[in-house]
Design a protein around this ligand. Structure first.
Ligand code: ADP
Ligand code: MG
Length: 327
């Protein structure tokens, strides 16, 4: 089990340390897909990257909480253990495949490097595994692809390569941060299907970061909705789709033009996500919420302010909204 427990992160903005992720808790289990959804700027990538402690070079600091892999804190691990976990037990697929690939090395050398970093294989064995991995992500002419360089591949093909690299050492968890956002709509569906097939076949725990509620509906078992650094609603996808409790979740769902069209951009919820350092003292969503009352503006709202089984929402007035009346 991979568990984020009450994680708060600060970033440095104009020389000031400000909170950007606030007491986030998430649990990812083998065989399950967890969606982390919210508009741009809500802190999804900071949260996802914290799992492998990737933000530390960009001035991201943990101010409280912990991340546990099978009960062991990733923050207390030595560099060697962390190196083995990165890519070995937990790997990442990023939004923009080109930035994650090195343009001056062939695809083959980049995949075999990852393989040999984690598995005890000689060059020939690593090469054979690379071919197999590329087959697994749907590339027929794998031998040919190994000789090519990143810029000679399409965006979709590059993302397949990155997924094959993420699978190289048979990880238990994959963190996919907007894995299809940079791709053509026609390709998105295929990449998502590929990820989901791999997830099922290998019983992976998959954290899917996305701004697209339609993808959550198609792919995820569980969902956490993030707004301005906080989880505002979480639970099983089925429950949240039937009864979205938080006005932000409802707005995100309503925003989505066509559930059958993955990747279609959100029509706008009026207003903007407040940036770190500018969060309101009460509910973070209050200033954009059509249902907000006076107390929403003033009173800090706890994470599980409203709870029904495993379904939680950070809203003072859930019971007063008509939960079946989706707009
Ligand atoms: N290294 C950083 N330094 C300062 N601010 C950052 C840094 N990384 C992210 N931020 C800010 O934190 C907020 C959340 O960012 P991010 O996690 O990338 O959001 P999301 O992935 O949900 O779009 C944004 O306002 C962003 O500008
Ligand atoms: Mg992001």
């Amino acid at each position: 089990m991979l568990e984020i427990r009450d994680l708060s992160l600060t970033v440095s903005i104009e020389g000031r340390r400000v909170e950007a992720v606030s007491a986030v808790s998430l649990q990812l289990e083998a065989g399950r897909v967890l969606g982390l959804v919210g508009e741009s700027g809500c802190g999804k990538s900071l949260t996802a990257q914290a799992i492998l402690r990737l933000g530390e070079h960009q001035g991201v600091e943990k101010s409280s909480g912990d991340i546990l892999l099978d009960g062991n804190s990733l923050f207390e691990m030595d560099d060697e253990s962390l190196r083995r976990i990165r890519g070995g037990r937990i790997s990442m697929v990023f939004q923009e495949p080109m930035t994650a690939l090195n343009p001056v090395f062939s695809i083959g050398s980049q995949i075999t490097e990852v393989i040999r970093l984690h598995l005890d294989m000689d060059k020939q064995q690593a090469n054979a595994r690379a071919v197999q991995l590329l087959h697994d992500v749907g590339m027929q002419d794998a031998e040919q692809v190994l000789k090519q360089y990143p810029d000679s591949l399409s965006g979709g093909m590059r993302q397949r390569v990155l997924i094959s690299m993420a699978m190289a050492a048979d990880p238990d968890y994959i963190i996919a941060d907007e894995p299809t956002t940079a791709l053509d709509v026609s390709v998105q569906k295929r990449i998502i299907t590929l990820l989901l097939n791999l997830q099922k076949k290998r019983n992976l725990g998959l954290l899917l970061v996305t701004h697209d509620f339609g993808l959550v509906a198609e792919m995820c078992d569980d969902v956490a909705v993030m707004y301005a650094g906080q989880i505002v609603e979480a639970g099983k996808v089925a429950d949240i789709f039937d009864h979205p409790a938080h006005p932000y979740t409802r707005a995100l769902m309503g925003c989505r033009p066509e559930v059958s069209e993955p990747g279609a951009s959100l029509t706008v919820i009026s207003g903007q996500v407040p940036s770190p350092g500018h969060w309101p003292q009460g509910c973070h969503f209050a200033e954009r919420c059509s249902l907000a009352r006076h107390d929403c503006m003033e009173k800090p709202v706890t994470a599980a302010c409203w709870q029904q089984g495993e379904h939680i929402a950070r809203c003072l007035h859930v019971d007063e909204h008509d939960m079946d009346d989706r707009t």
